[in-house]
Ligand binder design. Structure first.
Ligand SMILES: C[S@@+](CC[C@H](N)C(=O)[O-])C[C@H]1O[C@@H](n2cnc3c(N)ncnc32)[C@H](O)[C@@H]1O
Length: 357
């Protein structure tokens, strides 16, 4: 009896002094570790999605419809997501010519695509499409993709000056070899020029007011950083008008970026050259991310669908009135709910695809 009581006593003592605290520590640690793991998993899942999964991946493959041996241009390589699908689709006999004007993206994509021997990397603005392609000894192509705009590394790196959410220098150049920066636009453009930029490229209803106020403030002190400009624009709009809407700087930042990189001018030039390079039955797929960009694409192809509106040069090789392209996507293709959930940055994407006749 005494022996049993002694055993129970010792057991209770050991449990209370050692085992319970140890169990408590283990449970607490487990919870903390689980929490950390979940956070990291969540972040890396997001990072993976944003960095690796290309927008409208399946639709691009469907509409560009590559075959073995095709020569295809990826005009906007980015991190090489679409290019890797293309390299696999055209196979060893085919070729992918991948353009990007941003050297850092090009270097990163090269690493990711190094297992494919059929990709040629071109560090160039796609406005030089025709010249660069002909320098490679190629005179026509089977298909081309434009996945326009920014890539995640641009937005995520404050030093590039694209984001108003993270402070950085007013830069916004896709290609740092170019001279024009956001700093020059914001601090030296006249009020009239700023108004035009904000209206034309940002469809900003407060274009005139923003331009006037920027000029007034910079007479005192120039704008140096993205946060400085974003906060100033935010300060100009009463808080009650800001609720539930995008940040007041959204449209202005988009407009400045488009001006800095001459995006609309470059796009029109490149679409023209792409159309010339395409073989009959060749496909052209364009993903745009805002209405101004989408409108340029839509109008460009509308002219080719109704060639009586196009210039004479194009009519030389097509009977008057015959369409020069066929629309493959009746309506623009947009991301499904699942893609939007995985990659919110795809939310404004619109894909249009055409076939040259
Ligand atoms: C949306 S990202 C492309 C993402 C890519 N499709 C992928 O799967 O990873 C757009 C890329 O096009 C590049 N870009 C934008 N405008 C360009 C231009 N005019 N010439 C060449 N590259 C351009 C940007 O530097 C960026 O890397």
């Amino acid at each position: 009896m005494l022996y049993s009581l002694l055993v129970v006593g010792v057991f209770t003592f050991l449990t209370a002094v050692f085992i319970l605290p140890i169990l408590l520590i283990v449970f607490t640690l487990k919870k903390v570790i689980h929490g950390l793991c979940t956070t990291f998993a969540h972040q890396s899942k997001k990072g993976l999605v944003m960095n690796h999964i290309p927008v409208l991946r399946e639709a691009v493959q469907k509409y560009i419809s590559l075959g073995s041996g095709d020569v295809v241009v990826d005009a906007t390589l980015g991190l090489g997501g679409h290019a890797s699908d293309m390299a696999a689709a055209v196979g060893e006999k085919g070729r992918v010519i991948a353009f990007d004007q941003d050297e850092r993206n090009l270097v990163e994509a090269k690493k990711r695509l190094e297992s494919y021997g059929n990709v040629t990397f071109v560090h160039s603005n796609f406005r030089h499409l025709k010249n660069r392609i002909s320098e490679l000894g190629i005179d026509s192509i089977d298909a081309i993709l434009f996945d326009l705009g920014l890539s995640s590394p641009h937005v995520d790196d404050p030093e590039r000056g694209f984001s108003f959410m993270k402070d950085g220098p007013l830069d916004m150049r896709f290609d740092p070899r170019e001279d024009l920066t956001a700093h020059i636009v914001v601090n030296t453009y006249t009020e009239a020029e700023l108004t035009r930029v904000f209206r034309e490229y940002g469809e900003e209803p407060m274009a005139k007011k923003f331009a006037a106020m920027i000029c007034k403030r910079r007479a005192d002190r120039t704008f140096e950083s993205t946060a400085e400009l974003a906060n100033y624009l935010s300060f100009l709009i009463p808080k009650k008008y800001q609720k539930g809407k995008s940040h007041p700087a959204t449209r202005v930042f988009q407009a400045i970026r488009m001006e800095v990189n001459a995006e609309m001018e470059v796009l029109e030039e490149a679409l023209d050259q792409a159309f010339e390079l395409l073989k009959p039955d060749g496909k052209i797929v364009v993903i745009s991310y805002h209405s101004i960009e989408d409108r340029v694409v839509k109008r460009f192809f509308q002219k080719l669908e109704r060639p009586e509106l196009t210039d004479e040069a194009k009519l030389l090789y097509q009977a008057y009135g015959d369409p020069l392209v066929e629309k493959i996507t009746r309506k623009p293709v947009v991301p499904a709910a699942e893609e939007l959930e995985e990659n919110p940055r795809s939310r404004s994407a619109k894909l249009r695809a055409y076939k040259k006749i």
